[in-house]
Design a protein around this ligand. Structure first.
Ligand code: GLU
Length: 473
């Protein structure tokens, strides 16, 4: 899947997920930001799977990442895409880089255990590692960790989103590069990979900002110019808490299974921290890709508003042609439902549903022998004292229409409205009982086309059956 390496002047972005078994919407947003930039600037989007943690090294999880990326339009078949690379495959390179730092005196070995480090910190009242072994000149040996010698002074991180961020190295401990068993730490592996993959832009989640001064020092210590950093804002829920898999629905796969369509999701994700110019946020990908700039990304937390996502999704569904909508919703319908019948009401549904998963419950009454009546809806519809006599009149009048062969939506509608007028009830209220009798529910698509489709016999049977229900007590 790897492609030929482009000339060095073209920007190289990367997306570096740690597999978790599901694809977080925040990861999707980060991937899309990188993708938009790489595509627009004629660069590369490098996928690197950060799988050094043994538990994460599962092929099906990598496949999950590729599937999720493909769904949001980031395809390995696109020439912008490069990889996937696997961090675990580069372990020797990570260790070699650490050893170079040691040889150059930029890192040193330390034999304190984690517990001892903590005890010393407690005794001195200063958190973190105190540089105990800096000048002890220890050789490598079993159980000894390799630590980076953090130089004095300030570390200035120039971040495309957050501007100039200054860190005082007095607050940065001599962090570990290689564990006591010789395996590389994440910070080191991440930098060495970015460096050897000639990454020019690191666009990633804000939670990595505290790592950035350490990583920048490593880039410099390894003799390279650090990349352009950009830390994109954290996603929060309605309570303004960071999205978490325990509290919130965060899996992209779940939104997909719940009937969100990819183009709506992509557009919505792009607006979490950024807005296209103009008065609507609903814009096609081509425009997003052309307009998106890191400099315009906001740095305050972005509210992942599920209601807004649903509104985007509804808008996108309404932009489809009816035929497209029919094709797209097909997989959400039970296979035994008659497609020709569905095709006749699809447009009525298309204008109303927020997601593809909402289609079936809106039309099921056309395909079921007897839809289940929602008790609460029926009780409510039948509550006014005029409701039952009105429905009896409707049954009678519809029966006459059937006999005269005038069973069509227009006549059914005016007949109902006429009866409503004699009871001095507005059409919406007048049809409430009829709707529950026919569909089982109090909400749904416009009623008369479906009643026409259902046919006189079945419709009249349902109205009769509903009227025979025992009176609510
Ligand atoms: N593997 C890290 C993560 O999934 C990403 C690190 C990075 O983007 O630099 O959080």
């Amino acid at each position: 899947m790897s492609n030929a390496v482009p000339p060095p002047e073209s920007p190289r972005f990367r997306f570096a997920p740690s597999p978790t078994g599901f694809f977080h919407v925040g990861g999707a947003r980060t991937a899309l930001y990188n993708w938009a930039l790489a595509r627009h600037l004629g660069g590369r989007f490098v996928l690197r799977v950060e799988d050094t943690d043994e538990a994460r090294n599962r092929p099906e999880w990598t496949q999950g990442i590729l599937d999720a990326l493909a769904w949001i339009g980031i395809s390995p078949d696109d020439p912008t895409f490069e990889g996937p690379y696997f961090q675990s495959a580069n372990a020797a390179e990570h260790v070699a880089a650490a050893e170079r730092l040691y040889e150059a005196g930029l890192a040193y070995y330390c034999d304190l255990t984690g517990e001892q480090v903590q005890e010393r910190a407690k005794a001195s009242g200063t958190p973190g590692y105190d540089g105990y072994s800096r000048d002890r000149g220890l050789e490598p040996g079993p159980g000894r960790v390799l630590r980076f010698r953090v130089p004095d002074g300030a570390v200035i991180v120039n971040d495309a989103v957050r501007g100039r961020v200054e860190f005082d190295s007095a607050n940065i401990e001599d962090f570990v590069l290689l564990r006591g068993n010789g395996t590389p730490m994440f910070l080191l592996a991440n930098v060495v990979d970015d460096l050897s993959m000639r990454i020019t832009h690191v666009v990633r989640a804000e939670e990595h900002l505290p790592n950035t001064p350490k990583q920048q020092l490593l880039w410099e210590a390894l003799g390279a110019r650090p990349p352009q950093w950009a830390h994109v804002p954290v996603l929060v829920n309605e309570q303004r808490k960071k999205l978490s898999k325990r509290r919130d629905k965060v899996a992209l796969e779940q939104y997909r299974a719940d009937g969100i369509v990819a183009d709506a999701m992509v557009n919505y994700l792009m607006t979490l921290g950024w807005a296209p110019a103009g008065d609507t946020e609903i814009v096609p990908w081509e425009r997003i890709q052309a307009e998106f700039r890191l400099e315009d990304v906001n740095h305050s937390p972005a509210f992942f508003d599920v209601k807004k996502l649903l509104a985007f999704n509804g808008e996108y569904l309404r932009m489809r042609s009816v035929d497209e909508f029919i094709a797209e919703s097909d997989a959400w319908l039970p296979p035994e439902w008659d497609r020709a019948t569905y095709a006749q009401v699809a447009e009525l549904v298309q204008t109303r549903v927020p997601t593809l998963a909402d289609v079936a419950p809106m039309v099921d009454f056309l395909f079921l022998d007897q839809p289940e009546i929602d008790e609460a809806a029926w009780t409510k519809a039948m509550k006014p004292e005029w409701a039952r006599p009105l429905l009896i009149d409707v049954l009678d009048a519809f029966g006459q229409l059937a006999e005269r062969g005038e069973w069509n939506a227009g006549v059914l509608k005016t007949t109902l409205e006429g009866i409503g007028t004699t009871y001095e009830v507005k059409p919406g209220k007048a049809q409430a009982g009829l709707r529950v009798a026919i569909t089982g529910r109090s909400v749904g698509p416009p009623l008369y086309e479906p009643i026409e489709l259902l046919g006189a016999d079945e419709s009249l049977r349902r109205i009769r059956a509903a009227l025979e229900r025992p009176e609510p007590s």
